[in-house]
Design a binder for this molecule. Structure first.
Ligand SMILES: Cc1ncc(COP(=O)(O)O)c(C=O)c1O
Length: 379
């Protein structure tokens, strides 16, 4: 709850709400003209790290693994490891960990039911970078396409679409959290019939008094009929499916129930976080996309002679090595055991919380939400 966030009153649903707090520069930490005592700063930093570590056993509920110990790799902090450009592109810098990156991508591609012959991939700064790169690829192929995202999508989807200049259409979800396919068909059909884009004076937008959920008013009768998904879907034409698998991808890949989530299931691109289920001391992620969508790759980073189809330029080789080390120590088998242990823990938490009087418990496989009314307040 530190780092600029405060817990405020409960919402009407009983769940506590977070409101952003404001951080000012701490004068003790300010960087001025004169050098300061570096030994004292080191002590402070180490104390800060030790305090965080001591808190770890009490941390419940933030979706990031904390069970890594990488301090034996401290010498890596004394070298620059910079993966400029595509992992599969040799570069002249000589300071990259691209060989390790390729091994991680190969592993992740297999996890997503495919191979590196079929998909291009690289290690990102986090899940959101892939949420931008996927729709960017979609926009190249489908320049006027809108982003259809579940109303439960992470806020980063809107942020990414805004940066890409793409319109977002929010699609209601079903009680189990999945996107409602009927609502999706409806919105695709409405978009075709009522050009919500920019078609000048003839543009026909629904009057404001109708909330988005009432778009049925604007459909021709033939599309209003339920059970006519084919005509509704064909209104959408070609699509690009990006899967935001930030946390769920690793779980879905190894959970006993078979879930459709991956490239093998028809996704064109997907993004995952590395610091969530896998765990790493630095935020990182993985992006994968069908190879035929990313093209051959022209030389981008000329000064190192590399092709570059990544989002940025310099990329963290440290993050690559940390992920590689962890995945190599586990292999697919170890990761499967880890996911099973997450699911067992979530089941145990749900069962135990359900014994608390007046507690409402809601569990999707690896996430448990519980709230309890006490003295009129949600807890
Ligand atoms: C569903 C979902 N998508 C995207 C993100 C963003 O991922 P990252 O923090 O790795 O950028 C998160 C983070 O919590 C998430 O839960």
């Amino acid at each position: 709850m530190t780092m600029g966030q405060t817990l405020s009153n409960s919402s009407s649903s009983g769940a506590p709400e977070l409101t952003p707090g404001v951080l000012d520069v701490d004068p003790v930490l300010a960087i001025g003209q004169e050098p300061v005592d570096a030994d004292a700063d080191l002590k402070d930093l180490l104390r800060w790290a030790s305090d965080l570590q001591q808190e770890q056993p009490m941390v419940l509920g933030y979706p990031e693994a904390l069970d890594f110990r990488d301090h034996d790799l401290a010498p890596l902090l004394d070298v620059l490891v910079n993966n400029v450009g595509d992992p599969g592109s040799r570069d002249a810098s000589g300071v990259s960990a691209k060989a390790h990156e390729l091994a991680v991508i190969q592993f992740m591609a297999a996890m997503a039911g495919t191979t590196v012959d079929e998909v291009y991939g690289y290690i990102t700064t986090g899940g959101l970078e892939g949420i931008e790169r996927g729709p960017e690829l979609a926009r190249e192929r489908l320049p006027h396409a809108a982003v259809y995202a579940s109303d439960q999508a992470h806020y980063g989807v809107r942020k990414a679409a805004r940066r890409l200049g793409m319109r977002v259409v929010s699609v209601p979800s079903r009680p189990d959290g999945s996107m409602d396919p009927d609502e999706l068909r409806l919105r695709i059909a409405v978009r075709d019939y009522v050009p919500l884009g920019t078609r000048g004076a003839r543009r026909q937008t629904p009057p404001r008094r109708h909330p988005a959920g009432d778009l049925r008013h604007y459909l021709p009768r033939r599309l209003r009929r339920r059970g006519d998904p084919a005509s509704s879907c064909s209104a959408g034409g070609e699509v690009h499916v990006h899967v935001d698998a930030a946390m769920g991808g690793v779980i879905a890949a190894h959970a006993p129930s078979e879930l459709s989530w991956s490239i093998a299931d028809g996704a064109d691109s997907l993004s995952m976080s590395g610091h969530k289920v896998i765990g790493a001391p630095v935020p990182c992620g993985v992006f994968l996309a069908r190879r035929d969508l990313v093209g051959g790759g022209e030389v981008g980073a000329e000064y190192v002679g590399a092709t570059d189809r990544t989002w940025g330029c310099s990329r963290s080789g440290l993050a690559v090595l940390l992920l590689w080390r962890r995945l190599r120590a586990w292999g697919h088998q170890g990761l499967r055991q880890r996911v099973q242990s997450c699911l067992d823990t979530a089941a145990y938490a749900a069962e135990t919380l359900a014994t608390v009087p007046q507690a409402a418990v809601d569990r999707v496989p690896n996430t448990v939400k519980s709230s309890r009314q006490r003295d009129g307040c949600g807890v």
